[in-house]
Design a protein around this ligand. Structure first.
Ligand SMILES: NC(=O)c1ccc[n+]([C@@H]2O[C@H](COP(=O)([O-])OP(=O)(O)OC[C@H]3O[C@@H](n4cnc5c(N)ncnc54)[C@H](OP(=O)(O)O)[C@@H]3O)[C@@H](O)[C@H]2O)c1
Length: 283
C-alpha cells in the first residue's frame, strides 16, 4: 500500500468507472504479449472492451487471447514487428478493414537498454531503440490516425516512463532519448489535432517489475509496481482524460530540474563516477 502511494501515478483501482468508460469499445494495445501491455489487455477485456492485441510473438499473443476469450472477453491478434515499417502499414490496413472503429490506441510496446554510451555505438543501441520506441509506434499511429479523425475522434495513450523527463540518467541515453523523442512528437500531434476529437495522454510510469528490468541487477531489490498496478494507471486516462498522468514526485523533480539544473546534473554525474570507481575496485 505504502509502495503504491509512494510510487504510483493516479490509477483506476475501482473498476466500476472503467467498465462504464470502455464496455463495448475497441481498444488496440501494442506490446500486449508480456508485461504491462498484457496486464492492460487483460484488465480492459475483463471490463468489457474488445481488445486488439499487437506484438511480435504471435504464439504468445494467441495464448493471451485464448485466456481472454475463455473468460468471456472479445479479442483479436495481429503479430507485428514495429521496426518493420512496411509491415506496420500492412497491419494497419488489415486492422482498418477488420474493425469498423478503434476507440483507443494504447502505444505500449517498447524496449530498453542500459549500457555505457562508449560501449553502445558498435551495437547501434540508439538506432535500435529509436526504431522500436519512436519510428515504429509513430508509423502505426500515422497509419491509423486519419481513420480515427474520420470516425469523429478517439484516445491515444502513450505508455511513457518517469525517465522520459530530465535530468539525463547515465547509461540510459538511448532509452531516454527515444522515449523523450516519441513523447514530444506525440505532444505536437496532440496540439495539432486539438478540436478534432483525438485526445492524447502520456502516462509516466515508475519502475515496474517486468522482464524489461530483469537484466538490470541494480533494480533487483528496488521498489517497483506490479504489471497490474501499472496497467491500472495506463487505463486511467480512459476514465479521466488528462494530458499527463504522472506520480506526484515527478512534478517535484521537474520543479527541481528548473530551479537547480546544475545541482541535479552534478548529482547524476557524481553517482555515475562513484559506481564506476566501485566497480573498477571490485575487478
Ligand atoms: N518496466 C518498467 O520499469 C517500465 C517503466 C516505465 C515505462 N515502461 C514502458 O512500458 C512499456 C512496456 O514495457 P514492459 O515493462 O511491459 O516490457 P516487456 O515486458 O518487455 O514488454 C514489452 C512489450 O513490447 C513488445 N515489443 C518489444 N519490441 C517490439 C517490436 N519490435 N515490435 C512489436 N512489439 C514489440 C513485446 O512483445 P514481443 O517481444 O512479443 O514483440 C512486449 O509485449 C514500454 O514502452 C516501456 O518503455 C516500463
Amino acid at each position: 500500500m505504502l509502495r503504491r502511494v509512494l510510487l504510483s501515478p493516479p490509477a483506476c483501482r475501482d473498476l466500476r468507472p472503467l467498465v462504464a468508460a470502455v464496455r463495448g469499445k475497441a481498444v488496440l494495445i501494442t506490446g500486449a504479449s508480456y508485461g504491462i501491455g498484457e496486464a492492460t489487455a487483460r484488465l480492459l477485456a475483463s471490463c468489457g472492451a474488445e481488445v486488439i492485441l499487437l506484438a511480435r510473438s504471435g504464439e504468445r499473443l494467441e495464448v493471451v487471447a485464448a485466456e481472454i476469450r475463455g473468460a468471456g472477453g472479445q479479442t483479436s491478434v495481429y503479430p507485428l514487428n514495429l521496426t518493420d515499417l512496411e509491415a506496420v502499414r500492412a497491419v494497419a490496413s488489415q486492422i482498418a478493414a477488420n474493425h469498423p472503429r478503434i476507440d483507443a490506441i494504447i502505444s505500449n510496446a517498447g524496449h530498453s537498454i542500459r549500457r555505457p554510451v562508449l560501449d553502445s555505438t558498435e551495437r547501434d543501441d540508439l538506432g535500435r531503440l529509436l526504431a522500436v520506441n519512436f519510428s515504429g509506434p509513430a508509423a502505426l499511429l500515422l497509419a491509423l490516425l486519419p481513420r480515427m479523425v474520420a470516425q469523429g475522434g478517439g484516445m491515444i495513450v502513450n505508455v511513457s516512463s518517469a525517465s522520459a523527463m530530465p535530468p539525463g540518467i547515465p547509461r540510459w541515453a538511448a532509452y531516454q532519448g527515444s522515449k523523450v523523442g516519441f513523447d514530444l512528437w506525440l505532444g505536437s500531434v496532440a496540439n495539432e489535432l486539438h478540436g478534432r476529437g483525438v485526445r492524447v495522454s502520456s502516462v509516466y510510469l515508475p519502475l515496474v517489475r517486468t522482464r524489461m528490468i530483469a537484466p538490470t541487477r541494480a533494480y533487483r531489490f528496488a521498489p517497483a509496481l506490479t504489471p497490474l498496478e501499472a496497467a491500472q494507471s495506463v487505463v486511467y486516462p480512459l476514465v479521466q482524460p488528462m494530458r499527463r498522468v504522472a506520480p506526484w514526485w515527478l512534478k517535484g523533480q521537474q520543479v527541481a530540474t528548473l530551479l537547480f539544473p546544475d545541482a541535479l546534473d552534478r548529482l547524476m554525474g557524481g553517482a555515475e563516477e562513484l559506481v564506476r570507481r566501485l566497480t573498477r575496485r571490485k575487478r
